[in-house]
Design a binder for this molecule. Sequence first.
Ligand SMILES: *[C@@H]1O[C@H](CO)[C@@H](O)[C@H](O)[C@H]1NC(C)=O
Ligand SMILES: *[C@@H]1O[C@H](CO)[C@@H](O)[C@H](O)[C@H]1NC(C)=O
Ligand SMILES: *[C@@H]1O[C@H](CO)[C@@H](O)[C@H](O)[C@H]1NC(C)=O
Ligand SMILES: *[C@@H]1O[C@H](CO)[C@@H](O)[C@H](O)[C@H]1NC(C)=O
Ligand SMILES: *[C@@H]1O[C@H](CO)[C@@H](O)[C@H](O)[C@H]1NC(C)=O
Ligand SMILES: *[C@@H]1O[C@H](CO)[C@@H](O)[C@H](O)[C@H]1NC(C)=O
Length: 517
Amino acid sequence: MKKSVLLLGVMVFCFCVLVAADTQSDRVEEVKFTEKDGILQLNKGNFNRALRKYKQLLVHFLTPLTVESHRVSEAFEGAAAELQGSEVKLARVAVNEEKDLAKKLNVTGFSIRLYLSGDIHNPVPCPVSQSSASILTWLKRRAGSAADLITDIHQLEASEELTVVGFFKDLNHEYVQEFYAAAIDLPDISFAVTQNDDIISKYGLTYDNILLLKNSRLIRSYKMKPETSKEELIVFISVYQMDPVTEYTGQTASQILSSPVLNHALLFVNKSSEDFKEIFSAFSSAAEAFRMKILFVLVDVGESRNGRLMEYFQVRVFEAPLVRLVNLTDHVTYHLPSETLNVEIIKQFCQSYLEGKAKPKMQSEPIPEGWDEKPVKELVGMTLEQVAFNPNKTVFVLFYLPYSQKSRDLFPLWEELAEAFEERQEVIVARIDVSANDINMSMQGGYPSLCLFPALYAERVVVYTGKRKLKDLIQFVDKEMKKAKKYRVQEDEDRMKYFEALKAEEEKNHSKNKDEL
Ligand SMILES: *[C@@H]1O[C@H](CO)[C@@H](O)[C@H](O)[C@H]1NC(C)=O
Ligand SMILES: *[C@@H]1O[C@H](CO)[C@@H](O)[C@H](O)[C@H]1NC(C)=O
Ligand SMILES: *[C@@H]1O[C@H](CO)[C@@H](O)[C@H](O)[C@H]1NC(C)=O
Ligand SMILES: *[C@@H]1O[C@H](CO)[C@@H](O)[C@H](O)[C@H]1NC(C)=O
Ligand SMILES: *[C@@H]1O[C@H](CO)[C@@H](O)[C@H](O)[C@H]1NC(C)=O
Ligand SMILES: *[C@@H]1O[C@H](CO)[C@@H](O)[C@H](O)[C@H]1NC(C)=O
């Protein structure tokens, strides 16, 4: 791995030299593109020219190596070798070196996009590719009919792999277009269409049904409705392509995370334990009832490679078996509050979650050692309230998601802010990881969120929405501190009134109780 990183580094360096030369020659009438293994190397200077020159330009936006981007890179090179001399021209942009170009094209991560007829604004994204074959299949399906017409259904049943079969009466029906559109977006799966009415007697199905076949077995069918969209078909196929319960492993992780189902139920269990069979059976039965709505995932706590996932969900080995639900849209996790796990309990939990009735679990990371020694204090669930609601301190907290670039971008600014307030004991600059600590506060507007808890102003939060500049932040803190002092008097009076009222009521109750005695 190290070796290939180095190799790529050297290659990237070479590209730079070539690319620099290319920019120079741009000034000359005839543009010469730098090409390597049939892939154009594009930059700010020549991107538009390439766009004008090639009617179909398939561009790979390359980012520094992660396992995932490396795989896409290899798939792209494989596709380039196959597509030599075809109508599609392949090109590559190194995102990290071509920051301006990437920004102009609205590219953030690694991706493959097809630019058509010189239109810079509406490229077609290529689905994340598992292999060069899937890129080729995608292009082929886009260009022609997206599924083969099969007349002999035995041919379909012979396949070991999952095959998605559209059984249609009329191949010109709108249904078929949605079916083809789904086929284009799922290039790793085989698709076919048939009009052979043996399907009717064999599977008891009518026309306009989608069948999922595997090892001559019908896994599931889906009846097309007038409103059925490509997206619905994709959800249906992606869900039933997987087993009801998928075990989390290195191989399945990307399939789990790229599933269109964004609610996941995770069972953390020791697969070697005595009660595993029983619990797994309950979990699987529940899974059947929530397909398309919740994705069920099994995590073996006995597998050391699952350590990071367990850390993320703050599950310790001795706590297993347990079930967590996670909403991948807002990253809130829910804990099934039960000692026993059976079908009924798991189903009820899932149902209450879907109805929005489940309560998120309050979680806290352990208090980190030396958390208050660094300029920016590292808070956790357990310390947040105690620190933030200290009436003697003004506390400015950055609520962040560790894996979000938008959050991480604020870290340096937060360090600067802490330094600026270093001499002022009454101000604390802190941050808290909201993915690891469930915060019992409604944080509108998402993360990162910048919230000030002014001194003397207990239990009040002021959300900062101004410019993310040091000067503005300091001004904001000073202004809010002044304001807090000003309102302190009013606050005290209100509090006194409240206590007096409470006392009066207590006395009344007291005498009433006495009366009753
Ligand atoms: C990038 O996004 C901006 C804002 O949405 C848009 O105005 C611009 O046209 C986009 N650029 C391209 C090349 O599509
Ligand atoms: C899982 O269960 C087996 C059998 O009870 C036990 O030997 C093993 O230590 C357990 N694994 C963990 C990680 O607790
Ligand atoms: C998941 O989170 C999103 C965004 O907060 C929300 O709209 C949706 O209702 C949540 N889903 C469930 C099942 O709670
Ligand atoms: C705040 O300051 C007051 C007065 O000095 C003190 O009595 C109180 O204990 C302090 N509160 C906290 C939470 O430190
Ligand atoms: C969150 O705080 C509110 C009010 O402070 C409290 O009533 C509620 O029980 C808390 N929720 C949890 C899950 O602790
Ligand atoms: C007084 O009694 C009422 C009803 O019995 C109760 O709701 C209220 O909380 C009590 N107030 C106090 C301050 O104990």
